[in-house]
Write a protein of this length. Structure first.
Length: 462
């Protein structure tokens, strides 16, 4: 039977009506909606056009809704390379209208899979990836509605729940992909290094955060698990088939091991300079299955250490920060224009193309503020989740965690939009890929840290 648009609207509203429960009850609902694109849709992750040619594994919009004392918050994670401000704004608008969850309490992040569909970025990348072709436009136009649908379905599934959390240590799985050579400059993504004269440019974050929601009814499968770890999902490579990369393997294994009715969600941490290539030992690069399994093993080992949390009505803070754009010299602009003129006919390499795209975008938008939303959501005094809009260097994430007043702090990057790479201050003079493609000026990352810590302290106040 085909429903009229009026009937469909009534049905959507009905799905967002939740049962009346006693004041103070903590409830959780979870859902996932398939967002796998059709063949021919432009793919993301690389500085070239690739059209979807098949599916290794499907990708989803996954939502966890928490509610207490009539207040709700939604944690949404997309199996996409990133998020954009227009996408987030439209999805939040639908969610606020249909489900009465304020935009401030809607967090939309991406796993950063490099084998997902491309989103418009308002730069030369749109031309390179052909995202504005009919298949690309068609796909992007459906996303806000699908995201809102995942929230509707999660609300329809709300049930009394309890929350617990822990942090496992996933040592030896991730690596800082920037290495400092003997000349003090950055070597990007080496396969093997000589520790006598070379060293990692920075640390990793080995923490695997685990937030689990269980039914208050005994002997029930967990309702949902929210995992948080910092590492680029680039293990599938540059093929033409859609995949959620290692987060897809991890979430699938958690569901198989800990509850068939559970939906497992993965939010990527501050992984702007973190990869999975083991250049210390020079061992062959691990594949998607191995990476996802290794992280699932850490989560399973950590599961018995989950500690119950005292929940409260969800609360949130959000601020939009105006960052200074990077400076561009005349020589850099001339070089960028030359690269742009040749990039469609020559194989110039990732770094020169990334730099050219960034410089030309910076010049085109020099009068447009570089806006970055920082958001924090908490529903317990034990744990807070921070959302940052970009590929954030791990040092910045570690700084937020160290200064946070919460016992545990998870960070979801590429959330609520993206300003591209956000290096720490020390990385700028070292140069190379992430620095030359950074939209923000030196110190932008530290500004985001400052604002995030400020919001965390506000939420932690009694």
């Amino acid at each position: 039977m085909i429903l009229s648009s009026f009937t469909s609207s009534l049905l959507a509203a009905f799905l967002c009506i939740t049962p009346i429960v006693a004041a103070g009850d903590f409830k959780v609902g979870v859902a996932q909606v398939d967002i796998t694109p059709t063949n021919g849709t432009p793919m993301a992750g690389y500085y070239k056009f690739r059209a979807v040619g098949g599916v290794l594994d499907p990708i989803f919009a996954k939502t966890i809704v928490v509610e207490q004392d009539g207040a709700r918050a939604a944690l949404i994670v997309l199996d996409l390379v990133g998020t954009t401000r227009p996408l987030v704004a439209e999805a939040r608008k639908l969610i606020e209208e249909q489900c009465q969850i304020p935009a401030e309490r809607v967090m939309i992040s991406a796993t950063h899979t490099h084998t997902g569909p491309q989103l418009p970025r308002g730069s030369m990348m749109d031309e390179i990836t052909k995202v504005n072709s009919p298949p690309g436009v068609q796909y992007v136009s459906t996303l806000p509605g699908l995201i809102a649908k995942s929230v509707q379905e999660a609300l329809a599934n709300l049930k009394p729940a309890k929350a617990s959390a822990t942090i496992g240590k996933a040592d030896g799985i991730s690596f800082n992909r920037r290495v400092i050579g003997k000349d003090g400059k950055c070597i990007w993504q080496p396969r093997k290094i000589d520790l006598a004269v070379e060293r990692p440019a920075g640390p990793v974050d080995p923490d695997l955060g685990l937030l689990v929601f269980d039914s208050i009814e005994p002997h029930q499968s967990p309702i949902a698990a929210y995992a948080n770890f910092a590492m680029h999902p680039t293990s599938v490579g540059g093929g033409l088939r859609i995949s959620a990369d290692y987060p897809g393997v991890l979430t699938k294994l958690l569901r198989e091991r800990h509850g068939a009715e559970m939906i497992s969600v993965f939010a990527n941490g501050c992984c702007g300079n973190i990869n999975h290539t083991d250049y210390l030992s020079g061992n062959p690069q691990r594949n998607t299955l191995q990476l996802g399994t290794a992280l699932a093993d850490v989560a399973t080992q950590s599961w018995p250490s989950l500690q119950p949390m005292k929940t409260s009505a969800p609360r949130a803070r959000s601020i939009t920060v105006k960052l200074q754009r990077r400076a561009v010299t005349d020589a850099e602009l001339a070089k960028a224009k030359d690269v742009a003129n040749r990039m469609f006919t020559e194989n110039l390499g990732t770094v020169p193309m990334a730099e050219a795209v960034c410089i030309l975008e910076t010049i085109a938008k020099q009068d447009v503020p570089l806006e970055a939303e920082v958001q924090v959501i908490a529903f317990s005094d034990d744990l807070a989740i921070v959302a940052l809009p970009g590929e954030i260097f791990v040092e910045l994430g570690l700084a937020i965690k160290a200064a946070s007043p919460f016992k545990r702090t998870f960070i979801a990057e590429l959330a609520n939009g993206s300003v591209g790479y956000v290096p720490n201050r020390e990385a700028y003079p070292q140069g190379n890929y992430e620095v030359v493609s950074a939209r923000g000026a030196e110190g932008s990352g530290e500004r985001l840290v400052e604002e995030a810590v400020k919001l965390l302290k506000e939420l932690a106040k009694p």
